[in-house]
Design a protein around this ligand. Sequence first.
Ligand code: F6P
Ligand code: MN
Length: 300
Amino acid sequence: MSVERVVDTIAETAVEVRGGLAGRRTYTEGENPSGDDQLEADVWADSLFEERLLAIDSVGSYASEERPDVIEGDGEGDYHVAVDPLDGSSNLQSNNPMGVVFAAYDTPLPAPGRRIVAGGWVLLGPITTMVVATDGPVTEYVLEAADEATSESHLTDGHGGGEPVERRPVAEDITIPEDPTVYGIGGRVPDWPEDLESFVESLEDDRLKLRYGGAMIADVNQVLTYGGVFAYPALVDRPDGALRLQFEGNPVAHVIETAGGASSDGERSILDVEAEEVHQRVPVHVGNADLIDRLEDALD
Ligand code: F6P
Ligand code: MN
């Protein structure tokens, strides 16, 4: 069965999640397996993605940043789906952008990024957009509830149990702009390795502008749109950085590399990082290929 059904279900569920955020902005007592505090919205979105995705025959298992274990489906589905149900959810209190990040792998998790068959994100910004790369180029869609849709040409079928949405392509065969303009780098500056600081000075010399919003997916989406660099690097006391390979690093690297950009853990493409644990962290650097080359040289 086509992986498009998985992508449709992510789209439907993300629209449903967006609709339920307003009442779920408070923190629970809990933490996720990486030690992040959980909002009611994180826990709720995770259970909705689990339910909707495991209802699809072709989904063999579901894993998320918000739960320790991989959940197996009933059947023997070919796709193993990793989801960050609400990336950047600490932005929910201040009502800044956040999103959903996903990767469907063709092998059980933990899996290397080269095994992604569809990956991308839904950005909950002023409008709801979806950026996906399956086995072809990168496409951006606008997502709208079916009853608000302006045409009926790309309605999803509600197969996972959700309400259909319109998934309307608005940009096809997306490539990262050659002339980069923005950068955003996570972690406190005093915790950055010195070599990174000098790389960032070189970006300023090139007249790139700092734009960092604290939700990886919004910060990566602006790099795809305007060109530049996003990183959540290795920190002096945290050599693996903050982001997780299965749920964040791999899907983002898959899209940015498909769009002609590059990714790196500091030494190699993120897609070539060995997958050892479901919640393993990885330093993430993505953006224009020449800038990522320069960054690798600087960190050498
Ligand atoms: O999922 C982790 C995350 O919320 C990312 O979306 C974001 O890039 C990062 O944490 C923000 O971290 P910080 O608060 O350290 O800037
Ligand atoms: Mn995240």
